[in-house]
Design a protein around this ligand. Structure first.
Ligand SMILES: Cc1ncc(COP(=O)(O)O)c(C=O)c1O
Length: 439
């Protein structure tokens, strides 16, 4: 090596060792244009969905129970059969939305006035609404660093009136079902799994939704597979299935579901009307058959990010009760303070790899309508009992939830992110993390 090449090599080594100037300090950003994750299921729409929809138009059979022809239409029925197989449950019931599925599942569990239901302080409005609409009392438990309900906080919220625990698998991350089921089993309380944000995730090898008494899925546009709107209830219990089916269809049990349930055991009761149309069912048959591909793609995306950042000194990631079962729809980094997390967000935005606090849910106890216990009627049974009058929502009932969510942030992922895009995410995190961690 002559002197000139030695000096050039030395200069290159120094340049490589010197950290690149952060974009937030005037350096060149990792990307020229901001990275943005797209919806999942709709990116996989293709001729399969079109064929299913055309079928419904051609046969003039948009209603699931009957139409022209001798045989009943089969789109929704096929979706139910294949969903039960995929989720490893005995029964599946299609409904109009995840919110309708929650109301149906809560009704099937026989929840009503005087009962208490424990739910995480950070989840979607529909969870709270389903409890209130049943006339029962919602009781919040804190989340932990998985962003799911903290099993150790559940115990302290149980009273003799507690009838149900909502285990919500938030943002693709299965909740700690072993501990939740152990607590619930010991206290003879039912568990409902809300898998709206984790369709396709699993816990210790079993699909979420199949582990507890009853499970629900949302098939709205933000979810893993979608028909725009849609939902489903799954269970292994024939009685819960019959009651759910009745509740979703004005209290009656149609012949197909009577056969699936192995006969009718309950009487007609007042129910709602959450029946799914054949158009929706057709799209969902096509989407469900693509679920494993979508899950494999998004998990591969997440794996590339985890593998690229895991070795960063001092890195802290969201707690995953079962890393292999996670959907991988987002990767979250945690910091010791809110201020450091904000620095991370600002620096990543400048690199054109924006990261957000955990989203897709709301910190429910601080929503004004919840703090003020607003319902459609002043005599609503949820809040007229002694417990209902005494219970106080607001920030004071979920300090840990507020703290955790303010200290975590990360990029939303997309099953169709290219190698280039995941490399950019990794590069941006590796670039800003040492600076953000500096005191
Ligand atoms: C946790 C959770 N449960 C229930 C729902 C309700 O689903 P839908 O929007 O289909 O009514 C959502 C919707 O985002 C959700 O995130």
């Amino acid at each position: 090596m002559n002197r000139r090449t030695f000096l050039a090599a030395a200069a290159a080594t120094t340049a490589a060792a010197k950290p690149a100037k952060l974009a937030v300090e005037g350096g060149t950003p990792v990307r020229q244009i901001p990275l943005k994750a797209d919806f999942f299921g709709t990116q996989y729409y293709g001729e399969e969905e079109t064929r299913e929809l055309n079928d419904v138009v051609r046969t003039h059979r948009p209603f699931r129970w009957y139409g022209p022809g001798n045989e009943p239409p089969m789109k929704v029925a096929t979706f139910e059969k294949e969903l039960a197989q995929r989720m490893q449950t005995r029964y599946a019931l299609a409904v109009t939305s995840g919110s309708a599925a929650l109301q149906t599942a809560v009704a099937a569990c026989g929840i009503g006035p005087g009962d208490e239901v424990i739910l995480p302080a950070w989840t979607w409005h529909s969870c709270f609404a389903a409890i209130v609409l049943a006339g029962a009392l919602p009781v919040f438990a804190e989340i932990d660093e998985s962003f799911n309900i903290d099993p150790s906080d559940i115990e302290s919220k149980i009273t003799p009136q507690t009838r149900l625990i909502m285990a919500v698998h938030l943002q693709g991350n299965p909740a700690d079902m072993d501990r939740i089921l152990e607590i619930a089993g010991r206290r003879h309380i039912r568990v409902l799994e809300d898998c709206a944000q984790s369709v396709g995730a699993s816990y210790k090898g079993r699909p979420v939704g199949s582990l507890a008494d009853i499970g629900i899925y949302s098939l709205q546009i933000n979810k893993t597979i979608t028909s725009g709107e849609g939902g489903a209830v799954v269970t292994n219990d024939p009685m819960l299935f019959e009651l759910a089916s009745r509740y979703h269809d004005l209290g009656s049990l149609r012949p197909l579901h009577e056969k699936v349930a192995g006969g009718a055991k309950a009487d007609t009761l007042a129910g709602s009307q959450f029946r799914m149309s054949e158009f929706t069912g057709g799209v969902l048959v096509a989407q469900l058959r693509k679920l494993d591909r979508i899950v494999a793609d998004v998990r591969a995306t997440a794996r590339r990010i985890y593998d690229g950042i895991r070795d960063l000194p001092g890195i802290k990631l969201r707690h995953l009760p079962d890393p292999a079962g996670e959907l991988g729809s987002a990767v979250f980094l945690g910091f010791d303070t809110k201020e450091r997390c904000e620095r991370f967000r600002t620096a990543m935005k400048a690199e054109n790899v924006p990261v957000g606090h955990p989203g897709g849910s709301a910190i429910l106890p601080i929503q004004p309508y919840i703090e003020h216990k607003r319902t459609v009627h002043p005599a609503w049974p949820s809040f007229t009992s002694e417990r209902g009058r005494a219970i106080q929502y607001g920030a004071a009932c979920c300090p840990r939830t507020l703290d955790i969510l303010s200290r975590f942030a990360g990029p939303s992922l997309d099953p169709k992110f290219t190698e280039r895009e995941t490399t950019d995410i990794v590069a941006a995190i590796r670039k800003v993390h040492p600076e953000v961690m500096r005191a």
